[in-house]
Design a protein around this ligand. Sequence first.
Ligand SMILES: Cc1cc2nc3c(=O)[nH]c(=O)nc-3n(C[C@H](O)[C@H](O)[C@H](O)COP(=O)(O)OP(=O)(O)OC[C@H]3O[C@@H](n4cnc5c(N)ncnc54)[C@H](O)[C@@H]3O)c2cc1C
Ligand SMILES: NC(=O)c1ccc[n+]([C@@H]2O[C@H](COP(=O)([O-])OP(=O)(O)OC[C@H]3O[C@@H](n4cnc5c(N)ncnc54)[C@H](OP(=O)(O)O)[C@@H]3O)[C@@H](O)[C@H]2O)c1
Length: 505
Amino acid sequence: MAFAITQTCCTDASCVAACPVNCIHPTPDEPDFGTTDMLYVDPRTCIDCGACADACPVDAVHPVDALTGALADYAAINAEHFADRPTSRAEGTGPVFHAWDPPRFDRAVPADFPALDVAVVGTGPAGMYAVQDLLLHTDARVTLIDRLPVPGGLVRFGVAPDHPATKRIGETFARHHAHHRLRLRLGVQVGRDVTVDELAVAHDAVIYAVGASEARELGVPGADLPGSLAATTVVGWYNGHPEIAADAVDVSGSRVVVVGTGNVALDVARILTADPADLEDTPIDRGALERLRGGAVREVVVLGRRGPEAAAYTRPELHALLHRHGVELVVDDADPRTGREIDGAGEHAALLRGVRRETVDWSAPPGDGPKRLVLRFHSTPVAVSGPDRVRGVRVTGPDGEVEIPAGLLVRAVGHRGTPLPGLPFDAATGTVPNAGGRVDGIPGSYVVGWIKRGSSGGIGANRACAAETVGALLDDAVAGRLPSRPRRRGPLGFRRGRRAHGSPA
Ligand SMILES: Cc1cc2nc3c(=O)[nH]c(=O)nc-3n(C[C@H](O)[C@H](O)[C@H](O)COP(=O)(O)OP(=O)(O)OC[C@H]3O[C@@H](n4cnc5c(N)ncnc54)[C@H](O)[C@@H]3O)c2cc1C
Ligand SMILES: NC(=O)c1ccc[n+]([C@@H]2O[C@H](COP(=O)([O-])OP(=O)(O)OC[C@H]3O[C@@H](n4cnc5c(N)ncnc54)[C@H](OP(=O)(O)O)[C@@H]3O)[C@@H](O)[C@H]2O)c1
């Protein structure tokens, strides 16, 4: 028996640090770290100690013989990763203890260095990995701020409710909220309740972890008709985001079109086609669940402008769609290229090989059979049909221009950051210009997460990102590059917001 990593892998490499025999790859110092969809356990090296399972913050690691249902394939998926790689342990010898050194916590801060006051803006994964690094490895006092009344960022309001193991990482982060050197201020929006300058004056350094909250535009006529929603709205709706109304999403039509093939598109398609009874025991917003119960969605069409080879979803998320009860996965085969790509080589498209292909007749409404999730590739939306509200989407494809009738259009084409008054902003990338986390031209200000790198990468990608930013901050502190600040007269006040329960003054 060995252990295997499964669907919810967040790639934050907590397991790598815990493994005593270096059997989990890629490790953070291997070239493909950050490029694979997940990490893998080498079954030839695994000694079944379970240290990785204990360390995993998202419950993704399990003994192979405990894997059932859709997860059973992960024994082979882990093993396949190592098929043409040498074992990391020579046959017949004992385990090689850590080829990859455990993380080094000897931050270059002299023992007598005065404790820093650091503000971290944003309680999503990037902010929380930065907070964790500061609290566990330095003496810093941290003021943690979020504009929302509930912490967690996209772990709370983005991650789909049917991914409870992933949401569990929020509990790991939340343990730090009660740390004696942290004060948590919720409902405080930087730019409204406190300015960038005020934060800078009151702290030695400020780390901005404000994410990328704005939806990218689709940029076709009709994209702003009623019934055309950004995925951020739909995701916020089913996750109970305090700023999204309970009736924001109309699920009374039988067909929904989702534009984009990223994991967010698959999340939305999965939730809208799920049997509401299967969502009952999840943290889904109760109002959204009631509406889904009374809804009429029979079919969700996911549109990719390129082929299956170039789809943006990760393999585990597509894999999860292959094994659903009561929801059929179909590939629209109108484009001969789609078939060739699926039949040809390419790990990404290969998963679709066994999936039913059909040349869908879009003039007919979805049938009464099982619900369907249809993947249609090589299809670029050119217009949203109205006139008063969304009635369909016109797409160009190999079969010319096709009208796909639909009552709801979801634009899942990615995200971008928004400018924060007082910080520089690159409108082209939707990020704050920075060098390794140091904000350009503003000493003492740092960025981390999606506002630093752009809106890509799962939760775990923010861990290494935070280590880089915190490392830059500490280097600057030790080198005397942080701006000196005037002596403070007392703790910084905020115009709104509240101190979180249990947080020190
Ligand atoms: C819909 C969706 C689902 C996802 N699901 C998964 C998944 O299942 N698994 C996975 O590994 N990854 C998932 N991801 C990716 C993951 O969520 C991101 O990698 C991660 O959240 C980025 O972290 P962040 O801290 O940069 O941003 P965020 O998580 O967005 O956090 C930003 C925080 O800053 C706060 N903020 C913003 N502006 C201000 C301001 N002016 N003042 C004060 N506070 C402010 C926000 O309220 C928010 O709490 C998902 C992403 C999306 C969009
Ligand atoms: N379970 C998970 O682990 C999970 C869940 C959700 C999100 N995430 C992560 O969060 C990040 C963001 O995900 P995301 O889905 O929002 O974004 P994404 O991965 O960047 O995908 C965006 C999709 O939109 C398409 N697109 C962009 N502009 C378009 C246009 N004008 N017309 C048509 N299609 C267009 C892209 O196609 P092109 O490729 O052709 O540009 C791509 O398919 C990703 O790293 C994702 O993996 C992870």
